[in-house]
Design a protein around this ligand. Structure first.
Ligand SMILES: Cc1cc2nc3c(=O)[nH]c(=O)nc-3n(C[C@H](O)[C@H](O)[C@H](O)COP(=O)(O)OP(=O)(O)OC[C@H]3O[C@@H](n4cnc5c(N)ncnc54)[C@H](O)[C@@H]3O)c2cc1C
Length: 395
């Protein structure tokens, strides 16, 4: 019940806030007008500054090359990063959490250099016929004399245009069984083809191409080694929980910035002889946005604290992480829409923060499980855990 931060947590949050204000926000307009792609010198500046200020790779253990932050610390940093449009923070070093399940050799070859910013990963799960329903994945890996043959086409592979390796989810076909498994695939493996690289609504640093994999892989390409064949779903669930908490936190940061800029504007803008803030038609939606932001912030902090408690029921953490992602992403999009309205015609300019957030926040209701999929998870929780258990934040 006590969300008071320790001095160390306060310092971390202040450090992240300064990085966002001093390094990321000044690059937003350049990024927006360049379709999201900053010059290499700017991208390097972001990566180096994040490293210098100790703000990258927070989700991995110190002994693996990360910073070993707990969930609350990750949320504090992600919330600040969420104040940034155009996802310029993507240029920071960082690796997917499933990589920590790699074999010692994979940790050396993939995870450590990724956390140092020397390699870049992309995570390929979705297929043309398997989006929300990951159980419908048709991609396969078949054992061969030298290792594996991988055959699949993956859609929406974020960072797939620049990544130098991929984490690919397919089914190992063994004795008639289909075993969901994650593979590590180097980009220079023969048989990888980008078949489409369409533009998307946001102007972000990297694309989300469709990639065809028809390639032979060595025997040691299974993430985590032979014991993790068939364990892809379990690894992925851990990733989903972390990503959903992070999305919730970034949405809170976006709402804070939207509110700050909209309140400033509506207080100084005058029409009909008054500050427009004094028209309830303008200030009441901002009060709704403040309530949305507060509720989302409390929920995200609660789930982060719960995720840090080793005694917490992991299934409940999963249900509540979905509730947090659902509420925060829907709320942030509402806030962006209200902010655009309060800015009037200026809110429709791409140089306006609210305009960019209105486009960018839309995808938070789609990726890492759509809002409908989060509702399915929460609804299942109501039935399986019981209403009182699902809603009890005091236990
Ligand atoms: C910009 C972007 C980046 C992405 N990055 C990645 C990435 O890096 N790696 C990756 O693997 N994937 C990525 N994705 C894919 C993303 O995770 C999927 O788009 C998402 O899971 C939804 O799948 P789908 O698009 O196939 O929609 P569908 O699953 O076809 O859903 C279409 C609609 O039907 C609804 N629906 C589906 N099933 C149900 C149900 N049971 N009950 C109620 N409603 C339902 C959905 O909520 C949605 O509204 C990305 C997507 C985008 C847009």
């Amino acid at each position: 019940m006590d969300f008071a931060l320790t001095p160390g947590q306060r310092e971390l949050r202040a450090r992240a806030a300064a990085f966002v204000d001093e390094v990321l926000i000044p690059l937003e307009l350049t990024a927006e007008l360049a379709g999201g792609r900053l010059p290499e010198a700017d991208r390097r500046h972001v990566r180096d500054q994040a490293r210098e200020r100790g703000l990258d790779s927070g989700n991995h253990a110190v002994e693996l090359g990360g910073r070993g932050w707990d969930n609350v610390e990750q949320v504090l940093v992600q919330e600040e990063l969420g104040r940034n449009t155009n996802a310029i923070w993507w240029n920071m070093a960082g690796g997917y959490n499933v990589l920590s399940s790699g074999t010692p050799e994979q940790i050396e070859r993939y995870l450590r250099p990724t956390l140092r910013g020397e390699r870049a990963d992309a995570y390929a799960v979705t297929e043309g016929g398997a989006g929300s329903d990951t159980g419908a994945i048709a991609g396969t890996a078949v054992e061969t004399a030298g290792g594996w043959h991988l055959s699949t086409e993956k859609w929406f592979v974020t960072t797939g245009d620049v990544a130098d390796y991929f984490i690919v989810m397919v089914n190992v076909v063994r004795d008639g069984e289909r075993l969901p498994t994650l593979f590590l695939v180097d980009r220079d493996t023969p048989g990888i083809e980008v078949v489409d690289d369409p533009p998307f609504t946001h102007n972000y640093p990297h694309g989300h191409p469709t990639i065809r994999f028809e390639c032979d892989l060595p025997a040691d390409a299974v993430l985590g080694g032979p014991d993790l064949v068939g364990k892809g779903d379990e690894l992925q669930n851990e990733w989903f929980v972390e990503e959903r908490i992070h999305i919730g936190a970034r949405c809170v940061g976006a709402m804070r910035r939207l509110l700050a800029e909209t309140v400033d504007w509506t207080i100084q803008r005058r029409q009909f002889g008054s500050r427009i803030f004094d028209f309830q038609g303008v200030s009441f939606p901002l009060a709704d946005s403040a309530s949305d932001c507060l509720a989302a912030r409390l929920l995200v902090y609660h789930v982060a604290c719960m995720a840090d408690d080793p005694a917490a029921d992991r299934k409940l953490v999963h249900h509540r992480a979905s509730a947090a992602k659902l509420f925060a992403s829907e709320a942030a999009h509402r806030c962006a829409d209200r902010a655009v309205q309060a800015f009037g015609g200026r809110g429709y300019m791409r140089t306006n923060t609210a305009e960019r957030f209105l486009r960018e926040l839309r995808v938070d209701r789609i990726w890492e499980g759509t809002s409908e999929i989060q509702r399915l998870i929460v609804a299942r929780g109501l039935e399986r855990r019981g209403v009182e258990t699902l809603l009890d934040v005091t236990g």
